[in-house]
Design a protein around this ligand. Sequence first.
Ligand code: THU
Length: 132
Amino acid sequence: MNSKELIKSAIEAREKAYCPYSNFKVGAAVLFEDGKIYTGCNIENASFGGTNCAERTAIFKAVSEGNRVLKEIALIGDPNNYTYPCGICRQVLTEFAESGGVKVYIIKNENDYIVKTIEELMPGSFTKKDLG
Ligand code: THU
């Protein structure tokens, strides 16, 4: 698996977004320990708090198939801007980023993206270690 495939998958997943309220499409693709790519889009709700972000859709799909170890994630929102993961998604990413140095591809398009680690995006985070 290379990052190109993950990035393409996130771009494709964005087209599936259900976002009638914000009209802001987001797509995500995650690679977990089973070596498969799981994709997700944002799914909005008339009761706005029921909205699920693209990253969490993808992560929850992977985890519900038995995965626990996140390797990489790619996401794309506005193609004219680098769309960073929201705070709730950063916390959920942290939960499954046990190995450290997990890369987050923040995409504008296939040839224009930046790469951050989860630690860069979420320093000093609260994790399962804090619960002993
Ligand atoms: N959104 C995501 O899918 N991921 C993020 O990290 C940021 C926000 C979605 C949620 C909502 O459907 C829309 O973008 C506007 O907030």
